[in-house]
Design a protein around this ligand. Structure first.
Ligand SMILES: *Cc1c(COP(=O)(O)O)cnc(C)c1O
Length: 219
């Protein structure tokens, strides 16, 4: 199946208003161009260097979304063009994004990555840590960072009940945080190739799909 056919099939299953991030990490620009030519405009990458290189080669109306763990010292590589940083997991990172976005006179959309999976290995805030940080009011006062919602990666398991409980928990956190940020806080980013149909049941507004569009990655 071509990339266009895969994209069309996936898009046909997405309710109106749900955004599709085509996760293109580790795939060459030719494959991204193919997706672009099929109408795809939002691409997700996990490494800043790779994102910057692809950004330089591909059309300028692509919205680039950083989905991988981002080191503070690498924010500057993408700050001039990135649309969204979906993997924001620390105060230091937020402060650096604020600083770099200000330098470029931009506002960068972010998602707070919250850890809900039943595994120690996953990145993201522990909910209690996030609450402590939000209570300081610092994030709400930033002028170049716009908090759009939350993101998580569900447990990597075949046990659907565990995946469902992860999604239920992140959805509850999303609802709980909404009043803090207001109308702009509209994004619940859950769902990857293997679990996005379930994520849609839990109100996902942004799925992040790689393998089901581009095939297996070669690391
Ligand atoms: C790689 C990645 C994806 C895409 O995973 P697939 O299983 O290939 O769909 C989605 N979200 C994040 C955070 C990722 O790192």
């Amino acid at each position: 199946m071509s990339i266009k056919e895969r994209l069309d099939r996936i898009k046909a299953t997405l309710p109106e208003g749900v955004k599709l991030v085509a996760v293109s990490k580790f795939h060459p620009v030719e494959r991204l161009q193919e997706a672009y030519d099929a109408g795809q405009r939002i691409f997700g990458e996990s490494r800043p260097q790779e994102m910057a290189a692809k950004h330089a080669e591909l059309p300028t109306d692509i919205e680039w979304s950083m989905i991988g763990h981002l080191q503070t010292n690498k924010v500057k590589m993408i700050a001039s063009f990135v649309s969204m940083i979906a993997s924001v997991d620390s105060e230091r990172l937020i402060e650096e994004i604020e600083k770099q976005a200000a330098k470029h006179n931009r506002i960068i959309d972010i998602l707070l990555e919250v850890h809900v999976a039943q595994e120690d290995t996953k990145s993201g805030w522990a909910k209690e840590e996030l609450d402590t940080y939000l209570a300081t009011g610092k994030l709400q006062a930033m002028e170049h960072v716009r908090v759009r919602g939350v993101m998580t990666i569900a447990s990597n398991t075949d046990d659907e009940a565990i995946v469902r409980s992860d999604f239920e928990r992140i959805r509850a956190i999303f609802e709980e945080l909404k009043p803090t940020f207001g109308n702009e806080f509209d994004t619940l980013s859950i769902g990857m190739s293997d679990d996005y149909p379930i994520a849609l049941e839990y109100g996902s507004t942004m799925v992040r799909i790689g393998t089901a569009i581009f095939g297996q990655r070669e690391y």
